[in-house]
Design a protein around this ligand. Structure first.
Ligand SMILES: C[S@@+](CC[C@H](N)C(=O)[O-])C[C@H]1O[C@@H](n2cnc3c(N)ncnc32)[C@H](O)[C@@H]1O
Length: 324
């Protein structure tokens, strides 16, 4: 088979797999097949079939397929919902269907489904979103800290901190680190709650309000993080944010910009769909690539740059490290 034909076949299979798994997931949710099971509760395929009046063979095949998809777990012919399936009972059940359904309207009118990048909306929108972002970004945040491997007495500024996922992972890894989170007051409640629960509150301070207007204080930070923020700012807003951050970093201090611009090949689809989603839910959201950010960073006083992909789930993220 020619390389071209092989590529065609691969594209076809990828599409079939994506459609097959999303169809199965949707049907299971629409038919409410597992709604009555509590976390940890086990059941057999026979019991599931009897409960719904289904034929046994397709019920068993369905359960096995859902195990492969990671939605059920199995042991000795017993099944139970996986943690993800339990989570998908709540707000995330429809996997953002309403966003994708808006695409025809966006194409025709240019009007996004939501305007999450506007100052009027960001506090309310992100108050809801950042807890799930924490879950999604935790492996990347851990890997970032591991790659930096810096055990000094650190001061870290987390701008647009949300749940605090990026800076809190400095704290979890390094008992001598202290962090300052800048975000809206309503959003920072989520971070405060986590800090209480993980017993790190005494090493966290907060700068509440619009981060374009609040005071980041003196030149005292070793690191600043901007995680998933530059893509919801305009070029001018990014430039002024970089200048503001440069002023409070110590000489040699580093700004780490984290965004869906990693280079891991496994993350290609996640990156493309992320940009599509961003276009649907923002007025002008766009993932600025490192080579677009670097001139703005230079203008703000940063002198050297290093880029690393974060090769962990969701394989889409990368970090641009700009040194003052
Ligand atoms: C996409 S979230 C990223 C949160 C976190 N850094 C992460 O990666 O999970 C963007 C964050 O920036 C905050 N944000 C956006 N515009 C802001 C502004 N003008 N002032 C303060 N915070 C803002 C939002 O509230 C939100 O928490």
């Amino acid at each position: 088979m020619s390389a071209n034909n092989l590529k065609n076949l691969e594209v076809y299979f990828n599409l079939m797999l994506a459609n097959g798994s999303s169809s199965l997931y949707r049907i299971v949710q629409e038919m409410q097949l597992f709604n009555s099971y509590n976390p940890g509760e086990t059941f057999t395929a026979d019991a599931l079939a009897e409960k719904h009046g289904f034929k046994l063979v397709p019920t068993k095949v369905l359960c096995d397929t859902l195990v492969t998809m990671g939605l059920l777990e199995t042991e000795n012919d017993q099944f139970r919902l996986s943690n993800v399936m339990n989570l998908l009972k709540g707000n995330y059940k429809n996997l953002s269907d309403e966003y994708w359904a808006h695409l025809p309207t966006l194409l025709k009118t240019g009007a996004p489904f939501k305007k999450m990048d506007t100052v009027e909306n960001s506090e309310m929108e992100y108050q809801v979103q950042v807890k799930s972002l924490e879950w999604m970004m935790t492996p990347c945040a851990r890997l970032m800290v591991e790659k930096l491997s810096d055990n000094r007495e650190l001061q870290v500024l987390d701008v647009g901190a949300g749940s605090g996922v990026w800076s809190f992972n400095f704290l979890y890894a390094n008992p001598k680190a202290k962090v300052t989170l800048a975000d809206w007051p309503a959003v920072l409640k989520v971070a405060k709650d986590t800090a209480e629960k993980t017993k790190i509150s005494d090493r966290v301070t907060y700068i509440e309000g619009n981060f374009h207007q609040t005071d980041f204080g003196a030149e005292r930070f070793d690191y600043a993080t901007l995680g998933n923020v530059t893509h919801i700012q305009t070029p001018d807003e990014n430039k002024s944010l970089f200048k503001k951050i440069a002023k409070v970093l110590k000489p040699g201090g580093k700004l780490i910009i984290l965004d869906a611009y990693g280079k891991a090949p496994e993350g290609a689809m996640a990156r493309a769909l992320y940009q599509m989603g961003l276009t649907i839910r923002t007025v002008q959201g766009r993932v600025y690539l490192p080579h677009e950010l670097e001139p703005w960073l230079k203008e703000a006083g940063f002198t050297s740059f290093e880029f690393q992909s974060l090769e962990t789930v969701p394989y889409s993220m990368g970090m641009l490290i700009a040194k003052k």
